[in-house]
Design a protein around this ligand. Structure first.
Ligand SMILES: [Zn+2]
Length: 201
């Protein structure tokens, strides 16, 4: 009887609820004070200015104003829908991240940061950082990714532990970290998208 109780307690602990239920995104969603924030590149002006210059051959290139690429000329970014972003990064199996990168930039960023924190890919996420450049909601997206990774794994960031080990010579303080959290462990799994391969060097 005792052992049966222990067993069911164990299987309860290992049962993985669907991600969107496991994380209370409503509370985080309530943190947004406005529906939109100014673009970090054009600061809400909707344009990027390219100052004029004269080339070495004397050609004059006039000053140009172009619609901002980063916010699609809108001047603002709209607040993210966190619940739908979580849905966009989850895998088919409960309690997993999808294996293929999501197309949407914000979903991709969360997916990639979550992979960094779980230890699936401890390379610095340069490509994903570039894709959401200028997004004023970036801090929230980062927070969601880290919380998500902790939910999935039950441990703190493996990626951060790996980099702390590299920079300060300290081994992860937490138990049950994946091999990738330690110096010499593999840095990325087979799901790493080809466009991120520069991160390996
Ligand atoms: Zn802009």
């Amino acid at each position: 009887m005792f052992s049966r109780g222990t067993l069911s307690a164990r299987s309860f602990l290992h049962a993985k609820p669907p991600l969107e239920h496991a994380m209370n995104t409503d509370k985080l969603q309530d943190q947004f004070e406005s529906d939109e924030l100014p673009c970090g590149h054009c600061n809400g002006t909707m344009i990027n200015v390219y100052e004029g210059f004269t080339g070495v051959d004397g050609t004059v290139y006039p000053r140009k104003e172009k619609p901002c690429l980063w916010c699609d000329g809108l001047g603002v970014f709209f607040k993210p829908d966190l619940a739908s972003l979580i849905k966009a990064v989850k895998g088919r199996k409960p309690g997993t991240l999808r294996s293929k990168r999501p197309d949407d930039s914000r979903a991709y960023f969360i997916w990639r940061m979550a992979r960094f924190h779980t230890g699936a890919d401890v390379c610095l996420p340069m490509t994903a950082q570039m894709e959401i450049s200028g997004d004023p909601y970036r801090d929230m997206l980062e927070l969601v990714a880290e919380m998500l990774a902790e939910r999935l794994t039950g441990h703190k960031s493996a990626g951060r532990a790996r980099w702390q080990a590299a920079m300060y010579g300290t081994a992860p303080q937490e138990r049950y970290m994946p091999e990738s959290a330690y110096p010499g462990g593999r840095v990325a799994d087979a799901d790493k998208p080809v466009e991120e391969l520069l991160e390996l060097f």
